[in-house]
Design a protein around this ligand. Structure first.
Ligand code: SF4
Ligand code: SF4
Length: 320
């Protein structure tokens, strides 16, 4: 890894408790793993979709690489902490098996910290030792990883469900995925090109066109699809008509407007006041519902997220 990016970046990520896997992947403990094991509070995706928080691995196969530099992103971006590297100079890629094996091992290392904790729910802890779900979403753009379809497949072969989160700037990769994820997320964090350029700061030409191409591709997916709108106060919660047009184009199974959280490296770019409160997210979601044929079907106050769909209730994957 030291050959790919400055050592100071690796040290900064280690301090933030990233567990490196191979040359360009990482696992990080999701705060909800702690919440569910210690306080019995699962994440909103368990509430909505039935996947088990304590059996979820949060990982990325593209730790240092992205086609955007979103203002709200929690990942380290070149220039943060005065550390610079080329975010689009892609490495020799590790094979999917190495990444899957390494991710499971890293998750078990993370879990070992809960073993002696008297507050840990022992039943959940036992189950957690067999992870069953992966959120391919931690940081970076996973479609830059050349074998992302094979990675999804390799997780599926081990009985995992997979949620793949992309910024939609690589429609050709998504069109050619040899295996669909269990659920596909596309981040749409701007209602128009001007806002997109300001908030998401694309690093490649014609990124907005590519995102729109991806949205046109979404109806061809068999798996449930989600438009994720990371919502930042004062930045991208306007022009509801613009969002509605993009949503119509994509016809997703769900829309998830979710509040920006003031965490990680985003604190270098945005202030605490950029975080919308729950009421603002509800109102924003309500405006989207009014402008589209989607309805609010669920919500999570503590995660400041609302779920919209044309379905009466979400499709659930885990046993209840
Ligand atoms: S689904 Fe997301 S929020 Fe829930 S445990 Fe996994 S990484 Fe965390
Ligand atoms: S697309 Fe995702 S990983 Fe890339 S800068 Fe934006 S939020 Fe961060």
């Amino acid at each position: 890894m030291e050959n790919l990016v400055p050592t100071s970046l690796i040290q900064a990520l280690e301090r933030q408790r990233y567990h490196f896997v191979g040359r360009h992947s990482a696992v990080k403990r999701c705060r909800w793993l702690y919440e569910t094991l210690i306080h019995g509070r699962p994440c909103y995706k368990q509430k909505f979709y039935g996947i088990k928080t304590h059996q979820c691995i949060q990982m990325t196969p593209a730790l240092f690489y992205c086609t955007q530099r979103c203002l709200f992103c929690w990942r380290a971006q070149s220039g943060d902490l005065r550390i610079t590297w080329d975010e689009m100079k892609l490495p020799m890629w590790d094979n999917p098996e190495t990444i899957v094996e390494g991710s499971i091992k890293a998750q078990l290392r993370i879990l070992s910290g809960y073993k002696g904790n008297t507050e840990t729910n022992q039943q959940k802890f036992k189950e957690a030792l067999t992870p069953r779900h992966v959120a391919i979403s931690l940081t970076g753009e996973p479609t830059l990883y050349q074998h992302v379809g094979e990675l999804v497949q390799a997780f599926h072969e081990r009985g995992f469900t997979t949620f793949l989160v992309s910024n939609g700037t690589a429609p050709s990769v998504l069109a050619k995925l040899n295996e669909e994820p269990t659920q596909l997320y596309i981040s749409v964090c701007a209602p128009d090109e001007e806002t997109y350029n300001h908030v998401c700061q694309p690093q490649i030409p014609k990124a907005w066109e590519k995102l729109k191409e991806t949205l046109e591709l979404l109806p061809s997916f068999k798996c449930p699809t989600v438009i994720r709108i990371t919502s930042v106060r004062g930045l991208n919660m306007e022009n509801i008509e613009g969002y509605a047009k993009l949503i119509e184009r994509a016809n997703p199974t769900y829309i998830e407007p979710k509040a920006y959280m003031h965490v990680g490296f985003s604190r270098l770019r945005l202030g605490y006041e950029s975080m919308p409160d729950y009421q603002e997210i509800r109102e924003f979601a309500g405006q989207i519902a009014k402008e589209t044929s989607y309805n609010v079907i669920d919500e999570s106050r503590e995660s400041r997220v609302v779920l919209l769909s044309r379905l009466g209730k979400p499709i659930r994957f885990g046993a209840d």
